[in-house]
Design a protein around this ligand. Structure first.
Ligand code: ADP
Length: 468
């Protein structure tokens, strides 16, 4: 397996070498093409001048004719530049010429590689000579176009390409060095994050990533790792606290049972059905506590899948109201359910979880409200939210305790000890509400009553009632 750094360096090196090769190819092509264009225009200008020389010879001394010596002045230039010339009159009769063969001979004498020059390597251009608007003859120029460049041309192009290549190579070397540095900047933070995540994985839950980076993705990765670390640490603390809370909670009833049973065995206190009943009540309370803990564990575990779908809160409340109505009557408590018939109370939720929330709140209200009391379930909504209030006129909660009642095992005061409970019900409620992204608020006055209000986001109106 390769490292990111190695991959980056290889990629940058390969691409800069490719860039050098491509620039070499483009450069050679461009120089050759430019050279051709330059050559062509020089030759055209030269041809024009040669035609003018013949024109001047024609009109020299007002003779208006050519002689056999008319072309002698171009011979030197023609031999030096490698072109043949022939002069014809207007009827096409040859008057004078410097033949191709003579030029070949001349060129061969100068050339290092004589066998290469042939008449086919000459390009032909024929120009009419016009004097006073009438055609007086033709000049044909045959230019030797060498297949091989001259040494000077070759040297010039070679030097040009070499210098460009050297600068491209130097540029590549700088880029490759830079890539070492840049890849280090990229891989160092990744290495650091990977060692932090390794530390987390081996149980070092307070390990956090603190390196600085200006790379967006790495910064995000760092934040996620730190978030993960935070969550793991919190979960771990919760687990530890749960274990210590449970052992603390269980120790009390177990001690009571143990001391009483031991006292009975030793005959210190007599064994009576009343005493046994009271110990049995303690065992029952113990069982209920374990039952509640089980529910809490279920809702606290992140693994528990909530089946979130559109549910009608009114239907859930109606069922619970029907189930509790008789029990409330037995306790001589009036239980009422209020809502606007025209409203629909659709929210996104898990009906099992929501049932648990409402049952726990009504249960508490029934526990802490005396005979002839009143408990109301009130549903209402506005354009954004649906509110469910469970209100009683029971004993209320002291203001100093309000902030703690959602804590696990928190019970308000000893005077309520005779009321059965384990201090877990509201923890479960809060947990389920968090999973619903809902809000729970409590308002209470000692001796006046308590009301819990749950707030849920409304469903968009176009979602139909597909709930129970
Ligand atoms: P418990 O099992 O003790 O009822 P909860 O978590 O449900 O545990 O409630 C925590 C404490 O909050 C209770 O012990 C009680 O003192 C107080 N409490 C909850 N609901 C009410 C209420 N409706 N009226 C008065 N006190 C309440």
């Amino acid at each position: 397996m390769s490292t990111i750094r190695r991959k980056l360096i290889v990629a940058i090196t390969v691409s800069s070498l490719l860039a050098v090769i491509i620039s070499y190819l483009i450069l050679t092509f461009a120089i050759n093409r430019q050279y051709e264009i330059l050559n062509k225009s020089t030759l055209e200008a030269r041809d024009k001048r040669v035609v003018q020389i013949f024109k001047d010879a024609y009109t020299k001394d007002d003779a208006y004719k050519w002689t056999e010596s008319s072309g002698t002045s171009v011979i030197k230039e023609a031999q030096a530049q490698g072109f043949a010339v022939s002069l014809e009159d207007s009827k096409g009769t040859l008057i004078w010429q410097l033949p191709v063969e003579t030029v070949i001979k001349e060129l061969t004498a100068k050339s290092d590689n004589p066998s290469l020059i042939t008449p086919e390597q000459f390009s032909t251009n024929k120009y009419p000579v016009t004097v006073s608007n009438s055609n007086v003859g033709y000049i044909t120029i045959r230019q030797y176009i060498p297949l091989i460049m001259s040494k000077e041309q070759e040297n010039f192009i070679f030097n040009l390409i070499v210098s460009v290549l050297i600068s491209a190579l130097l540029g590549s070397i700088v880029i490759i060095f830079l890539s070492f540095f840049l890849s280090k900047q990229l891989t160092d933070p990744i290495k650091s994050i990977s060692s932090t995540s390794y530390l987390l994985s081996i149980g070092n839950l307070n390990a956090r990533e603190d390196m600085e980076t200006d790379i967006f993705e790495i910064e995000k990765l760092k934040q996620s790792i730190n978030l993960l670390g935070g969550k793991l640490e919190k979960q771990n603390d919760l687990r530890k606290r749960l274990v210590s809370d449970i052992s603390h909670e269980l120790r009390n009833p177990l001690n009571v049972l143990q001391t009483n049973l031991e006292a009975m065995i030793d005959g210190v206190i007599p064994m009576s059905p009343e005493r046994l009943q009271s110990l049995n009540n303690e065992v029952i309370r113990f069982g209920k506590l374990l039952g509640n803990l089980n529910i809490l564990k279920e809702f606290e575990s992140e693994n528990l899948e909530f089946n979130m779908k559109p549910v009608n809160l009114k239907n859930i409340c109606q069922d619970i109201y029907n189930n509790f109505f008789g029990y409330a009557q037995e306790k001589n408590i009036t239980l009422s359910f209020e809502y606007y018939r025209k409203d629909n109370y659709l929210i996104m939720g898990d009906s099992h979880g929501l049932n648990q929330v409402i049952i726990n709140l009504i249960h508490n209200a029934l526990k802490f409200t005396q005979s002839r009391g009143k408990i109301s379930i009130i549903l209402r909504k506005d354009s954004k939210f649906t509110y469910l209030t469970i209100k009683d006129n029971g004993m209320g909660i002291p203001e100093s305790d309000l902030a703690n009642i959602f804590e696990r095992f928190y019970r308000v005061d000893k005077s309520r000890e005779e009321v059965e409970g384990s201090g877990i019900g509201l923890t479960i409620v809060k947990n389920i509400m968090e999973r619903h992204r809902g809000k729970i608020e409590v308002a209470s006055r000692l001796g006046v009553g308590t009301s819990f209000t749950l707030t849920f986001k409304n469903l968009p109106s176009d979602i139909r009632d597909i709930s129970i």
